[in-house]
Write a protein that binds this ligand. Structure first.
Ligand code: SF4
Length: 431
């Protein structure tokens, strides 16, 4: 790739991918390249891929076809999780010139400078290291108000439905000082909220530092108003997290803790490390100790062997527990996941019906939570405007809109929550 060429990026999947794309984009800017919007023609197009479900795989295919249709001269680089584990398949796609796995993708700029237009797709997917990693670079995200900050990668848990340990390698942590460097750069670039991202955040460990040390150090940064934890495995939550959340307003009252199933039998086959009762013990504690906390979860529907009774346990647990909303995933067979060989496939139609029931339940519970917050006054960091209505989030993850004439993007302002509208949206007024 040569300096006067243009490059665009598209990110599929999780927050971690987004935070990595932001860092990669900045390495290109630092070297003098011009980044253009993904919709515009570019000499090189990068897709940071996801393979967590079949949909993630399909999205890559769809995007490559779209690029070939609209921009047939573009050279395509596929990087990330799908590039790591489906190299051969991706190499057959039109105009795909580079396939770069997770262990190499942060060096994309050097790779593209070295590997000028290979005739056949060039595959670079080295094995993962197990030691702490360095990203001295910052990922200034110019598109979003909340900044994602990567502190950890990979996972050692090997849940039976999950390919992540193969796509991203074993658990390793980002060097503590590099995290602080990037956090300070993000705050200097006007970000007021940082979202900690990683695959298994609670396992963060670099020398003597653990997750709570990272959070405490970030909370000392002047100008940073909020630190949010993106998602944390139930068995890895530090003991003092709730106490810290209670005493320090900078740590958002929001936890997303994947449950995956409300049936102990299914959890066991999934190789999860807890029972429903153990999960609930923490949820109860958080709910009772932190007024207004927002609790979310992930749940998989149709895992092999999931009977009507197993589903009923999941439904009833989520209905009765303190969890406020859930992301519902239909079980999707992954080529390297152990669950591939399990018997007891659940019919697709049943999966769709069960998923629908849970989505409706989640919507009802979210609305109940919203309703419980009416007439409270909370600080909102505003993100975007649409037809005179500005929307933003509270620390406990309530999205609210207010009618204001001036530009309040990225401002933190107190809002009184006035009304829950029929579409389940909160409306408030600045005070
Ligand atoms: S904890 Fe389980 S589901 Fe989460 S990344 Fe690790 S193996 Fe996958």
């Amino acid at each position: 790739m040569i300096k006067n060429q243009t490059i665009s990026f598209n990110t599929l999947g999780c927050r971690l991918n987004q935070s990595e794309t932001a860092v990669i984009e900045n390495t290109f800017v630092d070297r003098g390249y011009t980044i253009v919007d993904f919709q515009q023609p570019a000499d090189v197009v990068v897709i940071n891929t996801c393979t967590v479900t079949e949909n993630g795989d399909a999205d890559t295919r769809r995007l490559v076809n779209k690029i070939n249709r609209l921009n047939p001269n573009a050279k395509i680089a596929l990087i990330g999780c799908q590039a790591q584990i489906q190299k051969e398949k991706l190499a057959t796609m039109n105009n795909v010139k580079w396939i770069i796995g997770n262990a190499a993708k942060m060096d994309l700029v050097s790779i593209l400078e070295k590997e000028q237009e290979p005739e056949n797709a060039k595959v670079i997917a080295p094995a993962f290291s197990r030691v702490s990693f360095r990203h001295p670079a910052a990922g200034i995200d110019h598109h979003h108000t909340r900044a994602n900050l990567k502190i950890q990668d990979g996972c050692d848990f090997f849940c039976s439905f999950c390919e992540i340990p193969y796509a991203r390698g074993r658990a390793r942590s980002r060097v503590f000082e590099d995290i602080l460097l990037e956090a300070r750069a993000l705050v200097a670039a006007s970000h007021k909220e940082i979202v900690l991202t990683g695959i298994n955040l609670g396992t963060y460990s670099d020398e003597k530092y653990h997750l709570l040390d990272v959070i405490k150090a970030l909370m000392d940064i002047e100008g940073l108003l909020r630190v949010r934890i993106s998602s944390i495995e139930p068995t890895t939550i530090p003991d003092d997290l709730i106490a810290l959340m209670k005493t320090n307003k900078k740590l958002c009252r929001h936890l997303h803790i994947p449950l995956q199933s409300g049936s102990d039998k299914t959890l066991k086959v999934m190789k999860r490390k807890y029972t429903v009762a153990q999960y609930d013990e923490f949820i109860q504690k958080a709910f009772q100790k932190i007024p207004g906390i927002c609790l979310g979860t992930d749940v998989i529907v149709g895992f092999p062997g999931e009977s009507e009774e197993d589903f009923k346990f999941t439904y009833e647990y989520l209905r009765d527990s303190a969890v406020h909303y859930f992301h519902v995933f239909s079980y999707s067979e992954r080529q390297m996941a152990k669950s591939q060989s399990l018997l007891g496939r659940v019919d697709n139609k049943i999966i769709q019906e069960r998923s629908q029931k849970l989505r409706e339940l989640s919507q009802r519970k979210r609305e109940l939570f919203y309703r419980s917050q009416l007439n409270t006054i909370q600080d909102i960091i505003f993100e975007e405007e649409n037809e005179g209505l500005w929307s933003g989030f509270s620390d406990n993850y309530l999205k609210i809109t207010v009618k204001v004439d001036q530009n309040i993007k990225n401002e933190s302002l107190p809002v009184v929550f006035k009304e829950l509208q029929p579409a389940g949206k909160l409306r408030g007024d600045l005070i």
